[in-house]
Design a protein around this ligand. Structure first.
Ligand code: CMC
Length: 430
């Protein structure tokens, strides 16, 4: 920490408070408000955390103005080009790229933990066939704590590490089972000779009556999407995981809460919402009408897959996905009119003064749904795919928080706007 500070002067007294400036390794300077209330009686108000850092973290860095995303210092473009999801997971969890031996043993450990407790199948089969997959994910992942309670002493680093590995390894198994429940097919056990995304495809699409081999193009495309979604610093779901984790709750409860947060259409649910929106727009000739609706403040419609709290320039993940989208559809021989529609919408919005002035660019979810669709993944499963990938980010952030000495329970303040003190009245006086 530097010994620089900012001074806050208070208008209704001659009081002033000095607040130390914290500088990270990259990113804007930050002043530390921890002692503000104690020394001045004031709170600060920052709805939506627009300018408030809630933690220190060494995992992921975003420069929203420049469109930069780094995992542990490595640019997302380099990882997308050269790495894979398992290696990226190791990097996020451990801070460094693995040696070959470290990679092999991590990969083996993930493969080893892919099975889930048999009784989880009973839990899953209790859901209606048309249950939303994210609703099932919230419940089933939360229930992990009931199955692995013998490994829940989180003060033990090995228990923590194993919980993280279990979550990363079992998430695809749960996701595929959730899918099988919706189509009324039997659950398929993980085939550990396959790699991470091949195994997921196999569990989703294999049936007992026919042989199934996952398509390598589809597996590679999923792997890319998973790398791009693996972490994104203090987004809503990660902050949820951290807030729940700050109470000392177990990591399965934390990740279940993260899944619930991800489900919202302003966050991970946007990938499903983008395809629903493209369905609604229907044809290129309707793009202008829907762009006008998105700009109309009296209309609740927003252009889904556009805009971001942090990126005020192109979302670097969207740039990579846009390119991949064309390649994957070509390689799979899929001709999807929704891709043309999405491109037209993007073209119109990028020229429109409303979107230009507000710096609203396509985000990661704008094109990802079109790839998922080309892979045969139903819309309701899109956010589940996001959850599989983001699990590594959630557990990395949970571990980091657990292992940070100055972690305190998260407990925001408020500006109270309700009635002032008043006396209780009997029914007859109300
Ligand atoms: N369509 C039309 N107008 C928009 C949009 C949009 N997609 N996004 C933001 N705006 C306008 C908004 O109305 C506001 O206008 P004004 O200043 O006149 O009030 C201005 O742009 C700033 O928007 P904001 O809502 O204050 O920004 P935010 O940082 O609170 O919200 C967001 C960010 C991502 C929730 C928002 O842009 C949005 O709702 N986008 C659509 C949903 C979406 O694609 N979400 C995925 C985000 S990326 C992946 C992830 O996080 O999971």
């Amino acid at each position: 920490m530097s010994n620089k500070h900012v001074t806050l002067n208070f208008p209704d007294s001659n009081q002033s408070v000095e607040l130390p400036i914290i500088t990270g390794s990259m990113g804007p300077p930050t002043f530390d408000l921890k002692t503000l209330h104690k020394n001045s009686g004031y709170f600060t108000y920052d709805s939506g955390f627009a300018a408030t850092a809630a933690c220190r973290s060494a995992i992921t860095f975003i420069d929203g103005g420049k469109g930069v995303l780094l995992y542990r210092g490595y640019p997302i473009e380099q990882l997308a080009q050269n790495s894979n999801f398992v290696e990226t997971s190791y990097l996020l969890l451990n801070g460094e790229l693995p040696t070959k031996d470290q990679y092999d043993s991590f990969d083996t450990e993930i493969r080893y933990h892919t099975m889930v407790h048999e009784k989880m199948k009973m839990l899953m089969s209790g859901f209606q066939y048309d249950a939303h997959p994210m609703a099932m994910m919230v419940g089933v992942v939360g229930s992990f704590a009931a199955f692995y309670h013998d490994w829940m002493d989180m003060s033990d680093p090995e228990h923590r590490r194993l919980a993280a590995v279990r979550l990363i390894a079992k998430m695809p198994t749960i996701a595929a089972s959730v899918y099988k429940n919706s189509v009324g097919q039997p659950f398929v056990y993980p085939r550990n000779d396959l790699n991470f995304t091949e195994r997921l495809l196999h569990m989703m699409y294999a049936v007992p009556s026919e042989p199934y081999e996952p398509n390598p193009v589809a597996a590679k495309a999923l792997d890319l999407l998973f790398m791009l979604h693996a972490d994104h610093e203090q987004n809503a779901s990660t902050s949820t995981v951290r807030l729940v984790g700050s109470t000392g709750a177990n990591p399965f409860a934390c990740v279940s809460a993260g899944i619930a947060s991800l489900w919202g259409p302003a966050h991970g649910g946007a990938n499903e919402a983008v395809l629903n929106m493209l369905d609604e727009i229907g044809d290129v000739s309707n793009c202008d009408k829907y762009v006008a609706k998105a700009k109309d403040k009296s209309d609740k419609f927003r252009l889904m897959g556009f805009g971001h709290r942090v990126y005020k320039n192109f979302d670097p993940r969207a740039t990579i996905i846009r390119k991949a989208c064309h390649e994957v559809l070509n390689e799979l021989g899929v001709n999807d009119p929704q891709l043309e529609l999405a491109m037209k919408l993007e073209e119109i919005a990028l020229k429109d003064p409303y979107f230009v002035e507000k710096k609203l660019y396509p985000n990661v979810d704008f094109y990802s749904g079109i790839i998922y669709k080309a892979l045969g993944i139903p819309k309701q499963m899109f956010t589940v795919m996001f959850a599989i990938a983001r699990t590594v980010g959630w557990v990395s952030q949970w571990l980091e928080q657990y292992e940070t000495a100055d972690t305190r329970i998260g407990r925001p303040r408020q500006v109270y706007t309700g009635p002032t003190t008043r006396d209780y009245k009997d029914f007859s006086d109300r």
